[in-house]
Write a protein that binds this ligand. Structure first.
Ligand code: NDP
Length: 454
């Protein structure tokens, strides 16, 4: 067809930018439409600033631990305090730098940036303000935003976007939700001196993660001083002067000066001109094609695995399929993920329950210890590790870890699992000493063997 572009991407977040650049590399004429800053949630309001705040929180622990290692820091512990405005200014400068890099990368790849909000108005046609653009393919990569209507009154509370833009931290905070965002920010805020109470529906936080990780998360949060309220979420939230009342039952309400709404995210589809499913997501098949010819969608807007690297992989695979002769489909069977609380959690592969339900007879190898760095200073922080092994094939199905450096360690082990490693491969690998990671090579005795479920 005769069109202005080969590809128009809606949304200049990580997935949209990766897909657009890859398509341009294959020689496609590409435009990317963005009504907000370039970079998307991960770079501007999510993964990146969140991790920078996590590093800030980690220094608090590090400074205290340093005394145990012989450092004389001078002054009373109370003299050491976190300066949120200083962090906020540095964070703003860093996200601006990254946005600049994203813009440069787009320009360097000859991807045309069209600033404004795009809407599908006809087949192969996008309207941006008063401009009408046509393309052979349209990619919807508009991401997601915090849910604001999960609980009556919660729309007046802060979201993770707001938290990352705070200039001063509240003295006290209620965090509502028990997922990634709730747990990460509860953990960080507590370390930064905020008195945190965490309200979530289930018995443990982080539904969907292996029970070992969920238990470790609850213990670590408690150890950091977070007051846990399992099985307890507000029925509604009411403004009361300068504070919020969490209405928990007939006669039960708790006041907080600041509340974080961490009850999930929803795909950004308003005004796009596209049909959505009951969850508000754009339905796609496993190739990221929608029901409309020439319209594709990747990342959070499809509400499948809402992780930046998945959106990037989907975007690149789509660009390869559309604009180059060979392509490798994205394999989402083993997606590693991490919760950047302190200490962090990381995982690849199914939970114990999922593996059993999938018909595996399981050998479970587990260890739980106080790492050397903590033992030296009498610290209580622990590391827990778990390997799930298929008892018949000896293939390692999953690696779960809670403890310092877990994301760095599990990321590398994910390669072994993708390659189909067996327990024997782990046993034959020479340990690197002294590390925590070596324990994954040294777990010789299964702690439990379980028959497949059902
Ligand atoms: P999650 O889906 O992880 O968690 C949402 C939480 O909100 C759950 O605990 C859920 O409870 C709770 N919830 C939902 N509705 C209600 C309600 N009406 N009342 C009370 N509680 C409710 O969402 P997040 O917002 O934390 O994160 C969004 C996504 O972003 C994640 O799924 C993840 O994919 C991604 N992300 C990834 C990160 C990482 O890789 N480190 C970090 C941050 C986000 P319940 O479990 O009971 O349903």
């Amino acid at each position: 067809m005769d069109a202005d572009f080969d590809l128009i991407t809606l949304g200049a977040g990580s997935g949209g930018v990766a897909a657009s650049r890859r398509a341009a590399l294959h020689g496609a004429r590409v435009a990317i439409v963005e009504g907000n800053r370039v970079g998307g949630t991960c770079v501007l309001r999510g993964c990146v600033p969140k991790k920078l705040l996590m590093y800030a929180a980690q220094f608090g622990d590090g400074l205290q631990d340093a005394r145990g290692y012989g450092w004389q820091l001078g002054g009373a512990p109370a003299d050491v305090r976190f300066d949120m405005p200083a962090w906020a200014a540095a964070k703003a400068a860093e996200t601006a730098r990254l946005e600049g890099l994203y813009r440069q990368m787009l320009a360097g790849s000859s991807v045309q940036l069209v600033e404004g909000w795009g809407k599908l108005v006809a087949p192969h046609t996008v309207q941006v303000g008063d401009r009408t653009l046509t393309a052979r393919h349209i990619l919807v990569a508009t991401g997601s935003a915090p849910v604001r209507d999960s609980i009556p009154g919660i729309d007046a509370c802060a979201t993770s976007d707001d938290l990352l833009d705070l200039q001063t931290l509240p003295a006290q905070a209620a965090v509502v939700g028990g997922g990634f965002i709730a747990v990460e920010f509860a953990s960080m805020l507590a370390r930064l001196g905020v008195q945190v109470a965490l309200f979530y529906r289930d018995r443990l936080p982080l539904r969907g993660f292996d029970t070992m990780l969920r238990t470790a998360a609850a213990s670590a949060l408690q150890a950091a001083g977070v007051v846990l309220h399992p099985g307890c979420v507000p029925q509604r939230i009411q403004r009361d002067g300068s504070q919020f009342l969490l209405i928990l039952g007939e006669d039960r309400m708790l006041p907080f000066p600041w509340v974080l709404n961490a009850t999930g995210r929803r795909p950004n589809t308003a005004g796009l001109g596209l049909a959505v499913d009951a969850q508000g997501a754009v339905p796609v098949d496993d190739q990221c094609d929608t029901a409309l010819p020439g319209v594709h969608a990747i990342g959070d807007v499809t509400n499948r695995k809402n992780l930046t690297p998945v959106a990037i992989a989907e975007g690149r695979a789509l660009a390869d399929r559309l604009f180059s002769p060979g392509h490798r489909p994205v394999d989402l069977r083993l997606v590693p993920s991490a919760v950047f609380m302190l200490p962090p959690l990381a995982t690849v592969g199914p939970t114990e329950e999922e593996a059993l339900a999938a018909g595996h007879r399981l050998q479970i190898f587990e260890t739980d210890f106080r790492p050397m760095k903590q033992a030296f200073i009498g610290g209580a922080e622990r590391t827990a590790m778990k390997l799930l092994v298929d008892a018949d094939s000896q293939r390692v199905l999953a690696v779960h870890m809670a403890g310092a450096d877990a994301p760095e360690i599990v990321q590398s082990l994910a390669v072994a699992l993708t390659a189909g490693a067996t327990k024997d491969h782990f046993d034959r690998t020479i340990a690197m000493h002294p590390t925590a990671a070596e324990e994954f090579m040294l777990m010789r005795q299964a702690s439990r063997t379980l028959p497949a479920a059902g």
